[in-house]
Design a protein around this ligand. Sequence first.
Ligand code: E4P
Length: 218
Amino acid sequence: MKFFIDTANLDEIREAYDMGVLDGVTTNPSLMAKEGITGEENIKAHYKAICDIVDNNVSAEVISTDYEGMLKEGRELAKIDDKIVVKVPMIKEGVKAIKQFSAEGIRTNCTLVFSSGQALLAAKAGASYVSPFIGRLDDISTDGLTLIEDIIRIYDNYGYETEVLAASVRHTMHLIECANMGADVVTCPLKVITGLLKHPLTDSGLAQFLADHKKGNK
Ligand code: E4P
């Protein structure tokens, strides 16, 4: 399973990368704005800075919502670095753009996916990744994890190569359930990745080992 971090914060990306477990980064316009990154050139420079930290898979989202605009923007983003994956929203123009990017060898991440029908369209268009949003479905009393399970089954039925990238992952159990289901990737905040470290028996066991070592080495 690949771990992506869902942030545009360079310190958090470095921290996750330094743990040796990071496979990529997803950003979105809200995350970029949260870091105060504005203006075309600054945005591109920030994506480059992210690419310089990680080994691969940096999702950079287009802002345009028309076909031509998405193509122009996506091609520009892809030129920043080979690690860039162009993030495209699940709308009709987006599906067309994904198909074209795929023909051009530009990797894509189809975002804002909330149903299996949408995921099917993304796969048929040739998306490299599909991003179903678990947490935002949970927010409206709909089981986000069931959607992940359904998409995995549908893709398996037909052998689609699009990778299921579970997004809007809010806590460790979301991540663990995705792993149980066989999701290809999860993207989540740093605290979800570091949250996996925690177990009280690890803490108490380590404290005991260190105390026993100290006693024996007086
Ligand atoms: C996906 O790529 C999105 O950036 C993200 O996972 C959305 O998460 P949120 O619903 O917690 O904002």
